[in-house]
Write a protein that binds this ligand. Structure first.
Ligand code: TYD
Length: 207
């Protein structure tokens, strides 16, 4: 039996890491086996690529180079970890996946969704998650809650206009892929958001 592949998406500071932690606690409490990984990263090779991408010193990195590096890290993770786990029937949770490339590189960096789809199609052969949990919170609210940007993070330093475009991109993707996307209102308290995630996963028969 094939396992279930669930990805988490959202703008910076929406509380994605915290929600993943709460979901992990829930799964552990209910003895549900899962494997958690992240993008970019999740394998030794992909983590090295991650360091190059996110290094605040790499200001000369072109948008095309960035998009290709994300796709390279992704296919390594997919082949080395995600596919084997799914083939073994496991529940795989991934913090970000190809939708991040579509939103950040396609919409916000301006490379165009078609270009980003094309390189990712080459890398992952349209291998998509069963469900994508999108934590919906506009970047203005997210940065306010987070208390500003992380100055060592090249992506976070891209400016509010950039993050607004990322957000608009995600909303577009959610509209385009309604059966895969689960849109979660992340404006409330963390426990409220957590309850919404659990309910949504129960509704889909994942939990
Ligand atoms: P990370 O510190 O993991 O951020 P977060 O906690 O918000 O997930 O850094 C990942 C960064 O990389 C994040 O700013 C989003 C960006 N990113 C892309 O631009 N494209 C991608 O394809 C992926 C996977 C991430």
């Amino acid at each position: 039996m094939k396992g279930t592949f669930i990805t988490f998406e959202g703008c910076e500071g929406v509380g994605k890491s915290r929600q993943i932690k709460l979901l992990e606690e829930y799964l552990q409490k209910h003895n549900i086996k899962y494997y958690l990984t992240r993008e970019p990263g999740g394998t030794p090779v992909s983590e090295q690529i991650r360091n190059v991408i996110l290094d605040g010193k790499n200001v000369s990195m072109t948008d095309e180079c960035e998009a290709l590096l994300y796709a390279a890290a992704r296919v390594q993770l997919l082949k080395e970890v995600v596919k084997p786990k799914l083939d073994a029937g496991e529940l795989v949770l991934c913090d970000r996946y190809v939708d991040s490339s579509l939103a950040y590189q396609g919409y916000a960096r301006g490379l165009g969704v078609e270009f980003v789809e094309k390189i990712n199609d080459y890398a992952i052969k349209n291998f998509m998650p069963d469900y994508t949990l999108f934590l919906n919170l506009p970047p203005e609210d997210a940065f306010k809650r987070k208390g500003g940007v992380d100055k060592g993070d090249r992506v976070e330093l891209s400016g509010m206009d950039f993050h607004k475009k990322v957000y608009a991109g995600y909303l577009d993707l959610a509209k385009k892929y309604p059966s895969r996307y689960i849109v979660i209102d992340a404006s409330g308290e963390k426990e409220e958001t957590h309850a919404k995630i659990i309910n949504a996963l129960k509704e889909k028969g994942v939990l």
